[in-house]
Design a protein around this ligand. Structure first.
Ligand SMILES: NC(=O)C1=CN([C@@H]2O[C@H](COP(=O)(O)OP(=O)(O)OC[C@H]3O[C@@H](n4cnc5c(N)ncnc54)[C@H](OP(=O)(O)O)[C@@H]3O)[C@@H](O)[C@H]2O)C=CC1
Length: 309
């Protein structure tokens, strides 16, 4: 699945080896991925494809943040280490000026034009760096946090803080489990698609929602479909997953069966309908008579529909 198909070795056992990390950070063979919140630095390879700008330590040294903040070790690929770093907009602009073809672009939808392995690097980086930015202070005593384990762990800088004694001694990266389901009629001829007000005009997608504590994937699927379109699903089956970097959802793709009239929750959804298989095929191929379409092939919503049609 796009965004989750990296060929990188994460080398998680080496993250705690500070000397090794320090040595790799300053090695000129090391490659840095640059970003700023929702922006990435890319080079267009042709009209439709982009590649991430490769920057080595020499090029980035003077811009690297103090205390390794906003910084993460992504792993190793072909014996080359890869780190990601969050930099201020002005710094990104300065770096881009040094590379004739480089551009700073919005990561969405820009990241959809990256090669799959680079899109996976991007999703790994954005999930890690947005978590670090959201955890700058200890949630117990309010003191600053300190980055450990090459960016994968945050501890409180106040050594008297109770977090150093209790079971919850550190903050670890956050991933939000989210179900997404293609709801199919019992005769397999129709599926439910819905649209949120923030979707691009004409786009319909499968039903999605965040898993709550105490819920299984199946129970979450039943609850979300009932809440959003008023149908009671059965026969929920898990198909596959996708990390979705918005900023850190783990999409758990399901197929489920239901029938009946829809009762759309207008607080969350702008529209929700049953669509026939033929209509969905047209929406997937960009030839729907009414101009309706589904998310692109990179999204798990598309993959679920592809499995069904
Ligand atoms: N890859 C794919 O094919 C698709 C991916 N998605 C993704 O699935 C996710 C869920 O979809 P959807 O339900 O439509 O999402 P929304 O982002 O619309 O979230 C619904 C509501 O849940 C609350 N919320 C936001 N973040 C979280 C969180 N981390 N945990 C719990 N609740 C939260 C918010 O409520 P409030 O505003 O009240 O705080 C939000 O309005 C989104 O990240 C979306 O991008 C969705 C469809 C297709």
């Amino acid at each position: 699945n796009f965004f989750s198909n990296s060929t990188i070795q994460r080398q998680s056992k080496l993250r705690t080896d500070e000397n090794w990390i320090q040595e790799k950070m300053t090695d000129n063979k090391t490659r840095y991925v640059l970003m700023n919140r929702n922006e990435i630095v890319v080079i267009p390879t042709n009209k439709r494809h982009l590649t991430l700008l490769n920057v080595n330590y020499e090029m980035i040294e003077k811009y690297l943040p103090a205390n390794n903040r906003n910084f993460v070790f992504l792993g190793e690929q072909d014996k080359q280490c890869i780190f990601a770093v969050h930099l201020e907009k002005l710094v990104l602009a300065e770096i881009v000026k040094l590379h004739q073809e480089a551009r700073v672009i919005h990561a969405f939808p820009g990241a959809l034009k990256l090669r799959q392995d680079e899109a996976s690097l991007y999703s790994h980086a954005v999930g890690m760096l947005s978590w670090q930015r959201s955890q700058r202070f200890c949630s117990v005593c309010g003191n600053a946090t300190v980055i450990k384990d090459a960016g994968y762990k945050l501890t409180c800088s106040n050594h008297k803080c109770s977090t150093h004694k209790g079971a919850v001694s550190a903050s670890y990266p956050r991933v939000d489990p989210t179900i997404i389901s293609a709801v199919i009629s019992p005769d397999q001829s129709r599926t439910v698609l819905a649209r949120q007000p923030r979707f691009p005009p004409g786009m319909f997608s499968c039903i999605a929602g965040f898993v709550e504590p105490g819920e299984s994937v199946e129970a979450c699927c039943v609850r979300e479909v009932e809440e959003e379109v008023g149908l009671r699903v059965h026969d929920v089956s898990y198909l596959s997953s996708q990390f979705w970097p918005m900023p850190a959802s783990l999409m758990l793709g399901c197929l489920a069966t239901a029938d009946g009239e829809l009762s759309v929750d207008s607080a969350e959804l702008e529209d929700g309908r049953w669509f026939t298989r033929e209509e969905v095929v047209d929406m997937m191929c960009g030839r729907h008579a009414g101009g309706l379409f589904v998310p692109p092939v990179q999204a798990i919503a598309h993959q679920l529909l592809q499995t069904w049609v």
